[in-house]
Design a protein around this ligand. Structure first.
Ligand code: ATP
Length: 313
């Protein structure tokens, strides 16, 4: 069993005066070293959960540990890097001064700050901007400066709340590469993003929450698997082979592949081979993360789903 970077037990938050809980009975567990996608429609409770994990929002009930320590532990906070969704910048500071300020807040000594600041700026593609005041940065550059701040002190856990919302494709690639290098260094990354294709390429573990509750969590493969379906590629399909497949369940097909709703993959393949098929490949059918997300939101029993297809993209 790997160590857990994050674990919550029945975590709950009701803001004062709110008619319902923002987070309800939340049970999350994130292995150390994972890149964890934390997903949900607007208002699902993601930012509130992150606030509780950082010790900024007091839970109404339940408990949680971060890097093995109860939430709010002061030493643990220094092992966390955080990029909030709305970052407040002191715009008169240059790139270097901004990172120097944050380096001090993280308790880095002068020599470490001097070595790490240019490195962090390079890492987010702002190596040329060390002496430029933040007010002259574009929105995307400011977001990247926020990212540099989140990784400056080499934290064990990095929490990124919508890190690419202001970024162009190049900037998004820089963030993807940054996440990959953090993973290689063994850092746990929590990524809150509505860009599901991005989550799909970077995350290996995902939780989807809705109205403050986890509706599904697991590896990306588990979330996107459709275990009851298999796709079989063939060298052409005869009528006899089609009939053999239809005995196992509903079939979709072209001239070269069959998709069959069945769990009996081995028996299906042997029936096809028995019917003279030349099988080229057998793969469990997968859905995109966006398909899985939309399906989970639509499966909700209550009306007034807050998912907005724009946000889900
Ligand atoms: N400070 C607050 N006081 C009262 N209610 C709040 C507060 N912050 C959030 N909420 C409410 O709690 C619920 C969860 O909000 P939260 O910001 O955690 O969602 P989210 O999943 O991060 O949403 P988004 O994707 O839009 O950023 C919402 O109903 C929101 O209106």
């Amino acid at each position: 069993m790997p160590n857990l970077a994050l674990e919550t037990h029945q975590l709950r938050k009701v803001y004062s005066g709110a008619p319902q809980a923002a987070v309800e009975a939340l049970d999350l567990s994130v292995p150390e070293g994972a890149v964890f996608g934390f997903l949900g429609p607007n208002g699902a409770g993601k930012t509130t959960t992150i606030g509780m994990l950082l010790g900024n929002v007091r839970p109404t009930s339940g408990s949680a540990t971060v890097l093995g320590k109860p939430i709010g532990d002061r030493n643990t906070r220094r092992s966390i890097g955080y990029l909030p969704e709305k970052f407040q910048f002191h715009e008169f500071l240059t790139g270097t001064e901004f990172l120097d300020l944050h380096g001090r807040l993280y308790g880095l000594d002068a020599a470490t700050r001097k070595a790490r600041i240019p490195e962090a700026l390079e890492r987010v593609g702002l190596g040329e901007k060390a002496k430029t005041p933040l007010k002259a940065f574009s929105k995307g550059m400011q977001q990247r400066a926020g990212l540099a701040q989140a990784v400056l002190h080499k934290p064990r856990l990095v929490i990124l709340d919508e890190p690419t919302s202001a970024l162009d494709p190049l900037g998004r690639r820089i963030v993807r590469e940054l996440i990959v290098s953090l993973k290689e260094e063994g850092t746990t990354v929590v990524l809150n993003s509505h860009l599901l294709s991005e989550v799909e390429t970077t995350c290996d573990f995902v939780a989807i929450i809705r109205r403050g509750r986890v509706v599904k969590q697991g590896t990306l493969a588990e979330l996107t698997a459709q275990p009851a379906s298999v796709v079989i590629e063939l060298e052409g399909i005869s009528e006899r082979q089609l009939l053999a497949a239809q005995a196992f369940g509903p079939v979709e097909h072209t001239d070269t592949w069959l998709r069959v709703e069945t769990e009996a993959t081995a028996a299906l393949v042997s029936a096809l081979v028995g019917a003279g098929a030349q099988v080229r490949a057998v793969t469990p059918a997968r859905q995109s993360l966006e398909d899985a997300f939309i399906r989970l939101m639509e499966d909700g029993t209550d009306s007034g789903s807050e998912v907005d297809s724009q946000d889900a993209r």
